[in-house]
Design a protein around this ligand. Structure first.
Ligand code: DX5
Ligand code: ZN
Length: 213
């Protein structure tokens, strides 16, 4: 029996003039996470939103805020996102050297630590930190943009991560991020994805309808 996939709608695709309403829309989906995409214009080309927006949204919701840092030097940003109310902090494997130390930095603050890998980074790169992380975020698009098409072979990483987790008794959840639609979310769940991040499909109304049906 496939466990029910958790949806993590990405605010990057919401109407930024009305993020409070977007949060309420996310809260209407049982167990949903609020995926908060932070882009620094350096690790990825665009700049999105940051600490002041998170701190404001924290005041109106108790839903899990799942911060995705697409930033260089994530260790310098993490304390401010913890202070602003993040529940999970996921940073890019490619943006850091001292991954183990950064995971400890997040855990010391009592938050869940996630590691994200871009499409060209293999799962084996994470071998030494899989025992420590709470979330592995498999980017199923190239980070930095919403509305892209899912790169299907990235889902194979979820199957590999699920196999490693069961063989070694790891405890991370497997998340997929980018291009998730009502057409591919069931396949994502079948191959091992526990949490599906969706921006465009969710806020266009397509995906949330299929979840209800
Ligand atoms: C991309 C972000 C994703 C993105 C997902 O860099 O990390 O979370 O917002 O949006 P869609 O579902 O539109 O691909
Ligand atoms: Zn993201």
């Amino acid at each position: 029996m496939m466990n029910k996939i958790i949806l993590a709608p990405s605010l990057l695709a919401a109407d930024c003039c009305n993020l409070g309403a977007a949060v309420k829309q996310i809260e209407a989906v049982p167990s949903a996470w609020i995926h908060f995409d932070v882009m620094d214009g350096s690790f990825v080309p665009h700049i999105s939103f940051g600490v002041p927006v998170l701190a404001s949204l924290r005041r109106i919701t108790s839903a899990p805020v799942d911060v995705h840092l697409m930033v260089c030097h994530p260790e310098t940003h993490i304390p401010a996102y913890i202070e602003a109310g993040a529940d999970h902090i996921t940073f890019q494997y490619e943006a850091a050297v001292h991954h183990h130390r950064i995971i400890e930095q997040i855990h010391t603050a009592g938050k869940k630590a996630g590691i994200a890998i871009v499409p060209s980074t293999p799962v084996c790169a994470l071998a030494e930190i899989l025992p420590d992380v709470d979330i592995v975020l498999v980017m199923t698009v190239n980070p930095g943009f919403g509305g892209q098409k899912l790169i299907r072979r990235c889902l194979d990483k979820a199957a590999l991560l699920a196999d490693l987790r069961s063989r070694h008794g790891y405890s991370y959840v497997i998340a997929a991020d980018g291009g998730i639609t009502k057409e591919n979310i069931a396949e994502a769940g079948r191959v091992g994805v526990d949490v599906a991040v969706s921006g465009t499909a969710f806020f266009s109304g397509a995906l949330s309808d299929s979840l209800r049906s």
